[in-house]
Every structure is written in C-alpha cells, then in structure tokens.
Design a protein around this ligand. Structure first.
Ligand code: I3P
Length: 109
C-alpha cells in the first residue's frame, strides 16, 4: 500500500514527548512494504534505491498499533501510530477511507 501521509512526531524512542522544534507536520509519500513503513520524500519508484534520509524516516511497524487519533482534533483523518519502541506518530491521510485503510493494513502486520 502507498499514498501521501502527513506526519507529526509526538513521542520519541524513550516514550518521552518529542521536543518543540521537532513537532511540526511534514508531508511524505508513504510506502508499506513487509513490516516497514517507508516515509519517503518523493513518490514511490519501484526500481529506485532508497535514499539515506528515507531510510532514517522508515518506521518498523512490527508490534505497532494504529488507532484513530481520538484525542487530536486539530486536523481530520488523523491516525495514531504507536511503535514497539514507544515512539508515537500522528499520521494524517487525505480522507477518511484512506485513514481507515492505513489503520487496517498497519494492524495486519
Ligand atoms: C510545532 C508545530 C506543530 C504543532 C506543535 C508545535 O512547532 O507548530 O504544527 O502541532 O504543537 O510544537 P515546531 O515545528 O517548532 O516543533 P499542531 O499542528 O498539532 O498544533 P504541540 O507542541 O502542541 O504539539
């Protein structure tokens, strides 16, 4: 599965709140492949190598949990992704259907 997602980092690896200055929204082209959610700068190209930066932004979603972000109301179609290493991301999909689809696919892994 792939598509455009806006990402906001809410908590870091230690579970602590992401500090100010790093809490902004950023647009990515997301690609879910195996147990990894790649958050790429540019559109998915099947044959292109993954860049260093894109690798850094990749999120391991094994034992991660995706839910609708019930406690976040500033934007619509936002899901909350909690990873096994205690990071928390907010991910905004273009619409409700896409958000539900991402939640379903992430939780299947
Ligand atoms: C953050 C940025 C985010 C905002 C966040 C700010 O600043 O303005 O858009 O989240 O508020 O801290 P920075 O880019 O300097 O990290 P919202 O869009 O959700 O308001 P927050 O600290 O309340 O999460």
């Amino acid at each position: 599965k792939h598509g455009v997602l806006n990402r906001k980092s809410h908590a870091d690896m230690d579970g602590k709140r992401t500090p100010r200055g790093r809490r902004g929204w950023k647009k990515f082209y997301a690609v879910l492949k195996g147990m990894i959610l790649y958050l790429q700068k540019d559109e998915y190209k099947p044959d292109a190598d993954i860049s260093e930066v894109d690798l850094k932004n990749a999120v391991r979603i094994h034992h991660a949990l995706a839910t609708r972000a019930m406690d976040y109301s500033k934007k619509a179609n936002v899901l909350k992704l909690k990873t096994s290493d205690w990071r928390v991301f907010l991910l905004q999909a273009p619409d409700e259907e896409e958000m539900m689809s991402w939640i379903f696919r992430i939780n299947l892994v």
